[in-house]
Design a protein around this ligand. Structure first.
Ligand code: WTA
Length: 633
């Protein structure tokens, strides 16, 4: 193994051993060492009160102010637009000034400690600035994925009770304009009088003009220019929420996952350092949208807390030329590149000669996240992009875990293609059988985590009971991840995918209930079921079965598929539109009336036999019927 990495197997062993022997001492030391506190915590974990509970700190001061004395002139952000010469660089000092100004604008809008601020932006620097500005004044940000529909935005804004919204006039995609402000207007119209939003701040990404509602909407730029660049950070309790972020689960309603301040930031910093072997000269590029947790922990918080230089890229992987991403890596000397298996597979399909045209020798570490990576994609990433010399860190984690949990650690852990390898220090994964019994040694089962770790979410916004039932009730005494995994005789993990009703399309979590709830709005449909099936590029593809009401006329039935696609687009977003919709007379059910998704999944995959004992079904005759309909396409 190369000795150019910070850790060696020996030094890593000291770490893992230290945390095993005395987690309290280990994490207290990490917390002190990694972060600056306005009041140092005296304890790491308190079962009742949470992580670093008696400490106070500010996340933005940790990401910005602390770097100013020695590294104020270091580049914090390199932003690359779609056009080659459209580049913005901000030093830590400049970023700090902009964040302070933004924080003052938020204060002028009446935003107080504990308030929520929704952020719906394309990949512009203001996204990070807005997040940091919220953190600075102790407001929680609620970043909304760019691909959400107006209804999806409205649901989340309403649930969070956001008082201010930050959006853009438009987003850019080539010559196309994405109507951010118009979508936000539509979302707020849907909320009507019930809206808690008092102000809408609009980032002028382009010169395009958009209507502004007097008294509510304002262009951000003039406000920033007028704002003071002094803004003292609020001292927050370590267990105060830093942000909430919506994610999909088995229940229909998206859940607002709440992360705390001290524990989350310690975890983001610790994992960013270990997993990516962070070194001061690195140029770190994580391609995730800030609307997802990966964009929070490995764009906005982890790297900045560690004083890294991050790259943000507004464009697409293969536009205007295939190989655009590789061109960006070569141009900016990116050392660390973190992306998704879906992106890797798409780029791989363009052929090896495309990356071969670019000098990728700056790369040191490659990372993958969001879905299981297949052997072929892992190997291609390693060989063709990493030239066989860069470790590929396959990082398994979730919105709820705050940061990476199972991952290769460069220099310290031996890789195995397509394996997330070993748990990080302080993470105790267990595999359980269906009955919740722990499995020992080499085994395949349900992945749970024992004990706590600093990055663990605090709760679900407005619904702590749901937090407890979702994560701690299925297998009492363990945190239930919703994933299945295999462990080999050396303790290496291979994640096999979700075991609950969450479908992972291109790394985006989609709850089957979310899709079914949207479809339930169509009066002519009595029932539906959404399932995920393997998809070569996207990892999983979404398949929907719908059962029309009896006696509908043919023309109406024929129009149902289009209606389904439309309603999912409006209620959830275009990213959740299914691959295929099958119109069927009934769904396979147990005698107690539960849909048998396992069967629907198999049939959607084109399987025609090997379904096991069907006699427990209430309606076994539907099975050949479904096989026929799916077979006809
Ligand atoms: C899946 C993204 C296999 C998994 C950070 C998890 C993965 C869900 C991996 C969380 C990986 C994430 N290998 N599967 N390396 N990383 N997943 O909340 O099913 O958007 O439960 O967090 O993505 O998705 P989320």
């Amino acid at each position: 193994m190369s000795s150019s990495f910070c850790l060696t197997p020996q030094t890593y062993h000291v770490l893992t051993d230290g945390v095993r022997r005395d987690p309290e001492e280990f994490w207290l030391k990490e917390g002190h060492r990694r972060l600056v506190w306005s009041r140092e915590p005296t304890r790491a974990m308190d079962q009742e009160k949470g992580w670093f509970a008696d400490g106070t700190l500010n996340a933005s001061a940790n990401c910005l102010d602390r770097h100013l004395p020695e590294h104020g002139e270091k580049t914090a952000i390199i932003w690359q637009g779609e056009e080659a010469d459209h580049v913005i660089r901000l030093t830590y000092r400049e970023l700090h000034a902009r964040v302070c100004a933004f924080a003052n604008v938020l204060r002028d809008c009446g935003v107080k400690r504990g308030d929520r601020v929704a952020i719906h932006l394309p990949c512009v620097i203001e996204g990070i600035i807005a997040m940091q500005a919220c953190a600075r004044i102790g407001a929680m940000h609620v970043v909304l994925f760019g691909g959400f529909s107006a209804e999806a935005i409205a649901d989340r804004v309403a649930d969070s009770g956001a008082v201010v919204v930050v959006t853009a006039n438009v987003g850019r995609r080539g010559a196309k304009r994405i109507p951010y402000k118009t979508t936000m207007d539509a979302a707020l119209r849907l909320l009507g009088d019930k809206s808690t939003v008092r102000h809408v701040l609009v980032v002028g990404v382009t010169e395009d003009e958009v209507p502004l509602e007097a008294g509510r909407d304002a262009l951000l730029e003039p406000l920033l220019r007028a704002a003071s660049m002094d803004c003292a950070p609020e001292a927050m309790n370590a267990t105060d929420p830093l942000f909430l972020l919506y994610t999909s689960g088995s229940t229909g309603k998206p859940k607002g996952i709440v992360h705390g301040t001290g524990g989350y930031l310690t975890w983001a910093s610790f994992t960013h350092q270990l997993v990516f072997d962070h070194q001061p000269s690195d140029i770190f590029w994580c391609t995730a949208d800030i609307g997802w947790i990966t964009g929070h922990s490995y764009v906005a918080y982890g790297p900045l807390a560690n004083g890294a230089t991050i790259l943000l890229f507004e464009g697409m992987p293969s536009h205007p030329t295939p190989g655009r991403w590789w061109e960006v890596i070569a141009k900016h000397g990116v050392t660390t590149f973190y992306t998704s298996p879906t992106a890797i597979r798409a780029l791989m399909s363009e052929g090896d000669e495309i990356p071969g045209r670019y000098d990728l020798s700056s790369l040191r570490v490659l990372g993958s996240v969001g879905e299981p990576i297949n052997h072929e994609a892992w190997t291609w990433f390693h060989e063709v992009i990493g030239g066989g010399r860069c470790p590929v860190v396959d990082t398994w984690w979730q919105t709820e875990t705050g940061g990476a949990m199972i991952s290769l650690v460069p220099g310290a852990v031996e890789a195995r293609p397509a394996s997330a390898t070993l748990p990080l220090p302080g993470v105790n994964p267990v595999l359980l059988d269906e009955k919740g019994q722990p499995l020992e040694g080499a085994a395949e089962g349900i992945l749970c985590i024992d004990g706590s770790w600093p990055g663990c979410a605090l709760t679900i916004w407005n619904d702590d009971a749901l937090f407890q039932t979702t994560y701690f009730k299925p297998y009492p005494g363990h945190y239930f991840t919703g994933d299945g995994a295999r462990r080999d005789e050396d303790g290496y993990f291979w994640i096999t995918g979700r075991v609950d009703d969450v479908i992972n399309v291109s790394g985006h979590r989609i709850g089957s209930a979310e899709i079914e709830d949207a479809i339930s709005e169509i009066h002519d449909i009595s029932e539906s079921a959404a399932v995920g099936i393997p998809h070569d590029l996207k990892g999983q593809g979404l398949i929907v079965y719908i059962v029309p009401h009896e006696g509908l006329d043919k023309a109406v039935t024929a129009g149902l598929k289009d209606q389904v696609v439309r309603i999912i687009g409006t209620k959830v977003g275009r990213y959740a539109v299914p691959e295929k919709v099958f119109v069927v007379p009934d769904l396979p059910k147990t005698r107690s009336g539960k849909n048998v998704r396992r069967l629907m999944r198999k049939i959607a995959c084109g399987e025609t036999e090997g379904f096991g004992d069907l006699s427990t079904l209430a309606n076994p005759a539907i099975v050949p019927e479904l096989i026929r309909i799916v077979g006809e396409g």
